[in-house]
Design a protein around this ligand. Sequence first.
Ligand code: ZN
Length: 469
Amino acid sequence: MAETKQLKLSFCGGTGGVTGANFLLEDPTVPNGFKALVDCGMFQGTRIEEKLNWEKFPYDPKEIKAVFITHAHIDHIGRLPLLLKAGFNGTIYSTPPTKEIAEIALLDAIGVMEKENKHRAKEKKANPEDLESLYDTEDVSRALRQWKTVGYHEPIMIGDFTVVLRDSGHILGSAMVEFTYGSKKILFTGDLGNSPTPLLKDTEKVTDADYLIMESVYGDRNHEDRQERRNRLEDAIEETIRKDGVVIIPAFSIERTQELLFDIENMMENSRIPLVPVFLDSPMASKVTAVYKKHSDYLNHETNAIIRGGDGIFKFPQFHETLSTEESKAIDLSNPKKIIIAGSGMSNGGRIIHHELKYLPDPNSTVLLAGYQAVGSMGRLIQDGAKYVKILGEEVPVRARVLSVSGYSAHKDSDALFEFVRETADSLKKVFVVMGEPKSSLFLVQRLRDYLGLDAEAPELNQSVEIEL
Ligand SMILES: [Zn+2]
């Protein structure tokens, strides 16, 4: 049996909030013991949170041997190019779809930063240092060159540890990262999927973890059930179209968009909603959809059966992808009855705001919020019932119907998170609850303590703990 080991675990991001995931695991027990990161995400949300992206990493990136990436959402990968700029020379590991989607997402992030900088420069309020982008395309290329792909369950050796990626069912290629030493296991959950989902395989069950570092985005809330979400989507589309309105869906480019398209396609094929044009007005979402088609082996068996049956997915006569700006602008001139899916998911920018500018004042139209809306985002203001919002400097009245369909979340809800932990409660020494707003994390901590008798805590930013294996 392996001797016991004392490791050091530091929470360098992804605590006290959902975004900025960045965890450091060190083995100080052997000379030159490894230092590895799990995720290196961007802080998103308010300006104060975004400022954290500019802070120095609280460790020396030159000493890091490996970064294991759970999945390609920007709050898990967005600071990787900065890590390289700061001297990281090790290897980045993820599944193949994660690497491909990460490339799309990182390049898109650069575009978003450049646009914001232009906007701020116009306002003339910003300090010059606020007008720099965090990194450029060359930094992203360097990250990709140091990036190796591995399939689920393919072992990677690091120090005295074996690391494997296990399917977390959150987005295509998403993984939990499991470090094993002897028979002891530390599991970083990354984000946990809302299984069962229309496209992905279910989150793998875990029954033998000693330590969990787990997400808690929905630690204090439950989703409506899936049938309910489909019915609400169906009703909203039907009613809106009947009134000659437009259904606009601010969607996240990764997973949510593909799930929505898949559901809408099914509803149309089964004549449950009128056959109106469906516009995917997001070049990024179109690119990601192509990765989903390419890596269909990462999708669930039912979806694969549809693909093998020759029916294809994301392919139906009403479906239009508008890649150029001209095509995007032409959407507004087309048939009044339509469905528009556009990014960004929290209406913080992207093409959706142009559609919101036009359709938020229209009482016959519907804004369908199909995902988490962070505090401080425009989506959150709309969700919380703001009568007016400011878009591109204009005060826009919100008269459209606003509907939140929480079942489309890509995250497990409170009950499912609890159930995930319960499966491995017998082997657990401690649970670190991270990646949630404080009230979500603390609610889950209390639930795990009260109902499973577990040692659980929500660590603070830059806190370090010793863990014994
Ligand atoms: Zn995620």
